[in-house]
Design a binder for this molecule. Structure first.
Ligand SMILES: NC(=O)c1ccc[n+]([C@@H]2O[C@H](COP(=O)([O-])OP(=O)(O)OC[C@H]3O[C@@H](n4cnc5c(N)ncnc54)[C@H](OP(=O)(O)O)[C@@H]3O)[C@@H](O)[C@H]2O)c1
Length: 354
């Protein structure tokens, strides 16, 4: 068992320039914990928000970012009565409430799920956050059913592609929105979507393109909008919710600063111009907005096995890994993800063959 590990640590949130690769001691796993030798780490847009100190759950002081990884169980802490324990040597997916950018982690074993047979560690590390986000937002909150017409923002991204996979399983009808022509081309090549269901978020003509997508589905409005951008696309999409429509909001990528620091002036401008809704109008229009941050699930660890069970029942395909970077290139990989140009999931490989 390793007594030391390499980890990407930030001494305090505020700037991505503070992210440093360090060697540090790792204690043996505690009661109910497992030590995972990490093979691949999943990167999330939220990691950049956390390093910038713009994520509500950001730890105070020094922390290791990272919400997910995949690897091999290397050791177990003392067992706890009534808890299922993995076996040493198991190949697992792991959720981490921060701390994932490391070559080894100790975690409560309830955060583990078996790596599906035939999946690479990279695919495993790409899976839990995105799939749980898509499942929670679309199934639990969105109540998507067969035939539902669903607008998916950032559809070529990590969560977006998982949302499309989930909607395909449910027999729903997606309208995929992206921020660039290159992403439209990627979706046209890799997803079975009618051209009218692929929409560019460019401001000019956006509302008309949404109307055309709805018309192509013969729909009066969207049953669900799944959005983590909260930019200029918010109002036109909210206005096109069908009666009983649900706007599921789970992020605000439009607030991401362009540099490595927070940029207070731009953030303040975005904050002042954020959309506001009238609850009384929602009653008469039969529309609603639901919002969530899945970090609550990390804190309610006793509910994680149930959520993993719901995902296993859906038997989603292995996620699309868009970019693989060496573990030592975490900062560059995070900057690339943060810039908003990546497709699919970005992962770090501790083991180059993962
Ligand atoms: N609430 C939760 O529990 C939860 C959990 C996981 C993820 N999230 C959120 O879900 C979203 C997707 O996460 P992800 O990790 O899968 O990332 P991702 O979708 O792979 O990348 C983020 C995407 O946001 C879009 N974007 C819009 N405005 C942007 C801007 N100003 N700067 C950079 N990108 C911008 C870009 O796609 P387009 O231009 O194509 O739109 C970009 O590719 C993020 O906003 C994340 O914070 C929330």
């Amino acid at each position: 068992m390793q007594s030391h590990r390499a980890a990407w640590r930030i001494d305090r949130a505020g700037s991505l320039d503070r992210l440093r690769l360090v060697e540090e001691r790792l204690d043996p796993p505690g009661p109910g914990e497992a030590r995972i030798a990490v093979r691949a780490v999943g990167l999330n847009f939220a990691d950049a928000f956390a390093c910038l100190g713009l994520y509500s759950a950001t730890p105070r002081g020094s922390f290791v970012p990272g919400l997910e990884a995949a690897g091999v169980v290397e050791a177990l802490g003392p067992p706890l009565a009534g808890r299922a324990a993995p076996a040493v040597g198991d190949r697992v997916i792991v959720l981490t409430r921060f701390g994932g950018y490391a070559t080894a982690v100790n975690v409560d074993a309830r955060y583990l799920a078996p790596l599906p047979p035939g999946w690479s560690f990279a695919a495993g590390a790409a899976f839990p956050v995105q799939a749980l986000t898509a499942w929670y937002g679309l199934v639990r909150l969105g109540a998507v059913r067969e035939g539902s017409v669903v607008l998916v923002q950032s559809a070529a991204g990590g969560v977006g592609l998982q949302a499309l996979a989930l909607l395909a399983r449910l027999g729903a009808r997606p309208v995929a929105v992206v921020g660039s022509g290159a992403k439209l081309e990627f979706l046209a090549a890799h997803q079975r979507l009618a051209p009218a269901s692929l929409v560019l978020r460019e401001r000019r003509g956006y509302a008309a393109r949404l109307d055309a997508a709805l018309a192509a589905h013969g729909a009066r409005g969207f049953d669900v909008v799944f959005d983590a951008v909260l930019g200029h696309g918010f109002r036109p999409a909210f206005a096109r919710l069908a009666p009983e429509g649900r706007y599921v909001l789970y992020g605000a990528a439009d607030f991401m600063p362009s540099g490595t620091r927070r940029g207070w002036a731009r953030l303040a401008w975005r904050w002042l111009r954020r959309p506001r809704l009238d609850p009384l109008a929602m009653i008469s229009q039969n529309r609603g907005l639901l919002a969530f941050n899945l970090i609550w699930l990390w804190e309610a660890v006793e509910r994680v096995p149930e959520a993993y069970g719901a995902l296993a029942a859906l038997a989603l395909p292995a996620p699309h890994v868009g970019a693989r970077h060496p573990f030592t290139a975490a900062r560059a990989a995070l900057l690339e993800l943060k810039a908003g140009r990546t497709v699919g999931k970005t992962v770090l490989l501790v083991d180059p063959a993962a």
